[in-house]
Every structure is written in structure tokens, then in C-alpha cells.
Design a protein around this ligand. Structure first.
Ligand SMILES: [Mn+2]
Length: 747
């Protein structure tokens, strides 16, 4: 298994495997191969010997923040006088900034060293020179054809670079420079390099893997006060931090400062030596992050409404716009919308000139798409998966159309189905604690080295349950052939419950992990998708058979407010829906004249709590529902059959109660029925029988009892015999409903 996982990661020989499994600093590439590094080093030595002041210019994301903190740490230790500047996302924009250079000049700096930026800023480099400062660029962004005329441009992505690995983060390049000045084993710089490398989503392979593995070791044994405080603020367990904690706990908090405000405070935190002060600063970052989440959620709600409209209009690329959407979070919102609809998404904000952020799906190059329609754009730039742009508000509509036409021509329709990359097939006999340990050798996981996702085959669905506070998680037991069961959990995967048929074979996509509980360790599957047996289709509608077992499928349908529930009686609906009845869309079906209640019902999901009154009716209703919808058939074991034809006992009791009460309005009469049978259809039928027998009559909307002189046989009325045959038919239908196959039922 391990060998095939290594092969999947492009590792083909024993040495490669050894290097991968035991990441070690000893085989890192020599810094001497980095372009211009000797020039940079010479100028730094000169600065140190002359006692010059050096400006470190970073960037406002986690990569730029950690890279700045790293060089400040290393330069100070080496004996340089430094100050630092991070651009402001909204005031300065991305990259080397004039305001920063001016501040450096005021502070008396004569040398600027950039981290994580600068290679795309030729004009700012010229400006720095005008201000009397030399410029050393360290960066990892793809350089333009013509490099800025800086003293040195240290960038492994330069066309003329001889450096063997080009995927370093900005902080990785800064770390290479730092290792020349301070020992390679310096704990502080390793920690910062690991943090920024994970956060910047560069592939965790080659040197990045070593940096992250070694940096995590340092973070877990002897964390910088700032990193420890940040981890605590993020609810991560000190000493046990992994790359996932960094990606989802620490990095978002670092990034939040630059999204909502100035990121300088994040550098202050990483440089802080006093634990109390660090805790205070980390709290501040955490609050910024909470604020970021709140703003993001508000925008997301508005964006989703627009996205729904665009989906209805069959847009291939979602272009959404809000005047006041915060430019610092539109990139994250674009990712969220993409997750939900799996369409490339562009979020624009502002008035007049709109600025935007684009995110794309696998296989669709959004940068190329923007280039293809660039005559509608003011500016654009980025990568195949993510890009930035600006466009005039007036041209937004033509841009949207042109972009969608481009996408269709580029064959986007082939790509709109999300794909899960499965690494290997796992069958019941394969699973063991040892296998999980083996997989753990591939850590740290992240971009470029994902935690392996497997296809689990040969398992049947055992017990199924919705769990969690809002019942949004799905837990099920995967049953192997010889009592080798394993528990599986899917976070926020409750909707997948409809792909599961208890007792039948499943295909599950998921990761293996250990579940430690009550001193007991077991293997569990964390799944992201489940495929069940092929669905049964009828007249182009998908039929889900839940006649034998209502839960937890019914709960999941009740949680979706758009589901339409059909029931024969209000009482029957109450039996299955309980107190949620009031919040659900319930349609009670009469035995006849039901069609007007079913026409034009708009929903994707319909649910029969009772199987209608007859087979013909069930088939007819299904044919009236929208093509492509889902239809769930449930079994309602306690259907009140006698509603179709009241029994004599009930008629007698009703007659007596009526006589004693004297109430004659229709609603009052309904109250005279036993509570569990208080259904309009029953009352109508009782009145029809009584009227035909001459015991009751209606005049001007009021019902009156008639005086009886002789004994009346109600069973001789035509209404009685008509209802009796309906009842017989219904009883047969109910009996057959649970015992027949779907083919037989709907044939
Ligand atoms: Mn970067």
C-alpha cells in the first residue's frame, strides 16, 4: 500500500522513497544555485559592516507575514539594523509599495530587501532607487519577461535559475537566504518557514516537505511565544500541531489581519518574546478572524441568492456583484460559492470600477479565460485556479456573457462534475491499525501531498444514523463479510443518507483515521462521498424505497424545508412527522379530486408518507410531478383505514353525540369525532350516509338532524356500498404495498 501511495506522489525509486519518508535537512539544495544570491549576500555584508539600516518589505498574507518575521529575526541575529513594512491591502494594494519605501527613507534606510513580492514591481524599484535605496528582491512569484532593475532578484522561478526546486513559498526563499547568515538549525526560522509554507498552499514536496516536517517538530517541542499563543487562540493542542492545524487554525488568523486591516500586528505577534504580550496580540488576531467570518457570512448569504439565479439561467461561470462587499473577503466567498455549486466563480465588489476575485474548478484555466475576454477588462492577473481582475460596472454584463460563451467553447460542460481522486481500493481484510500507521509516514499532508482518499469496497451498510447537534453529520457502520465492521463518519454529509440502503453494498470514498475513545483505539473511515446501488427510475423520476425503514432518511428530508410530503390524512402525517408537522410542506390527498392539489407543485423532492389511496392514484400523482425529481416512498404502518368508510359503531356514536350536543355547524361536527379520526373526509362520508338514509339534511349551510320514526339500515345506502368497495381496495393496496417490489407496485 505504502509503495503505491508513494508512486501516486511521483516517487519512483528507493532513494526517493527514503528521502520522502525521512525528510532531513542534510539533503536540502545548496543555496548557491539561487540566482543573484551572491550579489545579495555581498550587499548585505556591506550593509552590516557600514552599519546601514535595512528595510524589509513583505506582504499582507500569511506567507508575506511569516517571511518578514523570519528575515527580521535572522538579520537581527546576524547583526543588521532592520525595520519592516507590510503593505495595506486596500490603501497600498498588493506588492512593493511607494508608501513603504517612503517610510523606509524617513527611517534612514539605504537598502530594501523584499520578501514574497517585488518581482512584478519594476516602477517601485526605480522609485526606491530615486529615494536613495538599493533593492534586493526575494520572491517566488512568476517573474515577468523583463525583470525589475534591482541590485539582485533572488527567485527560483526565474527562467535562468539553476535552482533545482522552484516551488518554494516566499518564506521558503527568505529561509534559504537566512540559512547563510544564521545556522540552518535555527529553531525560530524553521518554525516561521513551516508556518508560511503550509499557509501559502505550495506543494508540500521536496524542500517544502523538509521545511514543514522539521518546522513542525520545532513548533511542537519549543514553540515561539507568538506561535504558541496563536495556536492556543485557535484551540489547537500545543505539542501536537500538524499541518492541518496550521492550514485551518493558524493561517486563517494570520491572513485575517491583512484582509480586514493592517497585517503589521501579525508580524509583531510572531516577533514577540513575552508570552503575556503574545497572548494579548493573538487575541486581537482571533477577534479580527471572527469579524472576518461574520463579514464573510453576510456576503455569502447575498452571493448565494445571486448564484441561485445564475444557476437557473444555466450560467457556466458565476459572476456575482455587491456594491459594498468587503474586498478583503471576496476571494474566500468565491471559494465557498464554488464549493456549493461547483462552477468557476467571480465575486466583484465596488461601484464604477469593480474589483474582483476569481476561483476555478479543476481543469478550467480561469486566467486563460480572463485573457480570452480581456478586451472587456481593465486589469487581470493570477493563476489557472485563482485570479484577480477589475472591470467597469457598465461592461459587467457583456463581460459575463462573453466569459460564459468562452467557457462553453472551451468545453467547460465536460468539467462540471466534481471528481474525487482515489488513491487505492480498500476491502474489508485490508484495514488495520498498522495500515493507518503506514499512511501516517506520508505526513505532513497538505497541498501537493493530500491525505490519501481510498475507495472502500465490499462493505454493506449496517446501522445508519444522523448525529451532531443539528443532525448534520452522518454515521454508519460498514459491515464486512466476517464480522469485520468499521465505523464511518461523514461531517456535514447528512444528505448522503439517501444513497444508502441498509444491508446492501456501498461504494465509499474516504480517509482512514484513528478514533481514540475511552482508552480504546480503533480505525475509522471519514468519508466524503457514498454511492449506493443503482437508483430505481420511474417515468424519469428517481424513486427511493424506504418502505421498510423510515429513519434516519425521513429526518434528513424533514430538515430540508423544500421537501413536499404527501399524506392521505392529517393524522397519518402527524404519525410520521410528529411535532415538525407545522414546519413541513404537507399535502393531504383526497381519494378523488386530488389532481389540482398536485399540479404545479415546485420542488425537487417529494415524499409519500402514505402510498396514496390506490395504485392508480400513486402512479398518476408521480406522473404529475416534475421530471428528474426525487420521490421517496415511506411506509406508514398505522394508516387509519376506516376513514374511507366509517364503521357502524362510529356512526352510532356520532349520531348520539350530535343529538346530545345539538351543534350543527360543520366545524362543530368535526369536533364530535374522536380526536385521532377528526378528518374532513371522514365527516363528509358520514354525512353522505346519514343524509341518504334520511337521518340528516343540509339547508342554507346548516346541518340538521331529522327525527327518526323507524329503524334505519345504513348499510343499505348506496354511499355505504361505494365506500365499502373503496375500503376493500385500499386494504388490499396497503397490504400489497409493503410486500411487493417497486416493479410490481408501479407496473
Ligand atoms: Mn506567497
Amino acid at each position: 500500500m505504502l509503495a503505491s501511495l508513494l508512486l501516486n506522489r511521483g516517487i519512483q525509486d528507493a532513494q526517493g522513497a527514503l528521502d520522502f519518508l525521512c525528510p532531513d535537512k542534510s539533503w536540502l539544495h545548496s543555496w548557491e544555485k539561487l540566482p543573484d544570491i551572491d550579489i545579495a549576500l555581498e550587499r548585505l555584508e556591506q550593509a552590516r559592516s557600514r552599519g546601514e539600516k535595512v528595510l524589509i518589505h513583505g506582504d499582507y498574507d500569511a506567507d508575506g507575514i511569516t517571511a518578514t518575521a523570519l528575515l527580521v529575526t535572522a538579520f537581527r541575529e546576524w547583526g543588521l539594523d532592520v525595520c519592516y513594512y507590510l503593505p495595506h491591502r486596500i490603501d497600498d494594494g498588493y506588492g512593493l509599495s511607494r508608501a513603504g519605501l517612503e517610510q523606509g527613507q524617513r527611517d534612514g534606510c539605504t537598502l530594501v530587501v523584499t520578501v514574497d513580492c517585488g518581482v512584478s514591481n519594476p516602477q517601485e524599484v526605480e522609485y526606491a532607487k530615486e529615494l536613495g535605496m538599493d533593492v534586493i528582491i526575494t520572491d517566488h512569484h512568476l517573474p515577468p519577461d523583463e525583470l525589475p532593475r534591482a541590485l539582485a532578484v533572488v527567485n527560483p522561478k526565474r527562467k535562468d535559475s539553476a535552482y533545482p526546486f522552484s516551488e518554494l513559498a516566499g518564506v521558503g526563499v527568505a529561509w534559504k537566504l537566512a540559512t547563510i547568515l544564521v545556522p540552518q538549525t535555527s529553531s525560530a526560522t524553521l518554525q516561521l518557514a513551516a508556518l508560511g509554507t503550509v499557509a501559502d498552499l505550495v506543494p508540500l514536496l521536496d524542500e517544502n516537505r523538509v521545511l514543514v516536517a522539521k518546522g513542525l517538530e520545532e513548533i511542537n517541542s519549543n514553540p515561539l511565544p507568538g506561535i504558541a499563543a496563536l495556536a492556543t487562540a485557535a484551540d489547537c493542542q500545543l505539542g501536537k500541531l500538524d499541518s492541518t492545524n496550521i492550514a485551518f487554525g493558524l493561517a486563517p488568523r494570520l491572513n485575517a489581519t491583512g484582509r480586514m486591516d493592517s497585517a503589521t500586528v501579525a508580524v509583531d505577534l510572531l516577533l514577540e518574546t513575552d508570552p503575556d504580550m503574545a497572548a494579548h496580540l493573538a487575541q486581537g488576531l482571533d477577534q479580527k478572524n471572527q469579524y472576518r467570518r461574520q463579514v464573510e457570512m453576510e456576503i455569502l448569504i447575498e452571493a448565494m441568492v445571486q448564484a441561485e439565479e445564475e444557476m437557473r439561467a444555466q450560467s457556466r461561470i458565476l459572476v456575482l456583484h455587491g456594491k459594498n462587499w468587503h474586498p478583503g473577503v471576496i476571494g474566500i466567498v468565491a471559494s465557498r460559492v464554488l464549493e456549493k455549486y461547483y462552477r468557476p466563480t467571480i465575486i466583484l465588489s465596488g461601484e464604477g470600477m469593480l474589483t474582483g476575485s476569481a476561483r476555478s474548478i479543476a481543469g478550467f484555466d480561469i486566467h486563460a479565460a480572463l485573457k480570452g475576454v480581456s478586451h472587456h477588462l481593465d486589469k487581470f492577473g493570477g493563476h489557472p485556479g485563482a485570479a484577480g481582475l477589475s472591470v467597469e460596472e457598465q461592461t459587467m454584463e457583456t463581460f459575463r456573457q462573453a466569459l460564459n460563451e468562452y467557457a462553453v467553447d472551451a468545453g467547460i460542460d465536460q468539467l462540471l462534475q466534481p471528481v474525487i481522486e482515489l488513491e487505492a481500493i480498500v476491502t474489508p481484510g485490508d484495514i488495520s491499525l498498522e495500515l493507518v500507521d503506514e499512511i501516517a509516514l506520508l505526513e505532513p499532508f497538505g497541498f501537493g501531498n493530500p491525505q490519501p482518499v481510498f475507495a472502500f469496497e465490499g462493505f454493506k451498510a449496517g446501522s445508519v444514523d444522523l448525529v451532531g447537534k443539528d443532525k448534520t453529520h452522518l454515521r454508519l457502520r460498514l459491515d464486512g463479510p466476517v464480522q469485520d465492521n468499521i465505523w464511518a463518519i461523514g461531517f456535514s454529509q447528512a444528505p448522503l443518507v439517501h444513497n444508502i440502503d441498509k444491508g446492501s453494498f456501498l461504494q465509499v470514498a474516504g480517509m482512514l483515521s484513528l478514533n481514540r475513545w475511552n482508552g480504546h483505539t480503533s480505525v475509522q473511515v471519514q468519508f466524503t462521498d457514498i454511492r449506493g446501488q443503482e437508483l430505481w427510475e420511474y417515468l424519469g423520476r428517481k424513486i427511493y424505497d424506504r418502505r421498510r425503514c423510515n429513519q434516519p432518511w425521513l429526518s434528513q428530508l424533514m430538515a430540508d424545508s423544500s421537501t413536499v410530503f404527501f399524506a392521505n390524512t392529517r393524522w397519518g402525517a402527524q404519525r410520521l412527522l410528529g411535532t415538525s408537522l407545522e414546519n413541513c410542506r404537507v399535502v393531504t390527498l383526497p381519494p378523488d379530486k386530488y389532481r389540482e392539489k398536485v399540479y404545479n407543485l415546485e420542488a425537487n423532492c417529494f415524499c409519500f408518507l402514505d402510498p396514496a389511496w390506490t395504485a392508480e392514484q400513486l402512479r398518476d400523482i408521480i406522473s404529475l410531478l416534475p421530471q428528474g425529481c426525487q420521490i421517496h416512498l415511506f411506509g406508514n404502518s398505522a394508516a387509519p383505514e376506516h376513514i374511507l368508510r366509517p364503521n357502524l359503531n362510529l356512526l352510532r356514536q356520532f349520531y348520539k353525540a350530535w343529538r346530545d350536543n345539538g351543534g350543527a355547524a360543520w366545524a362543530n361536527l368535526l369536533d364530535l369525532l374522536p380526536q385521532d379520526l377528526s378528518e374532513p373526509i371522514l365527516l363528509e362520508r358520514m354525512l353522505a350516509i346519514l343524509t341518504e338514509a334520511g337521518l340528516a339534511g343540509e339547508s342554507r349551510g346548516r346541518w340538521e338532524l331529522s327525527t327518526v320514526k323507524e329503524k334505519v339500515d345504513l348499510t343499505r345506502t348506496q354511499a355505504w356500498s361505494r365506500y365499502s368497495s373503496q375500503l376493500k381496495e385500499y386494504q388490499n393496496w396497503l397490504q400489497g404495498f409493503c410486500s411487493q417490489t417497486l416493479d410490481q407496485l408501479l407496473a
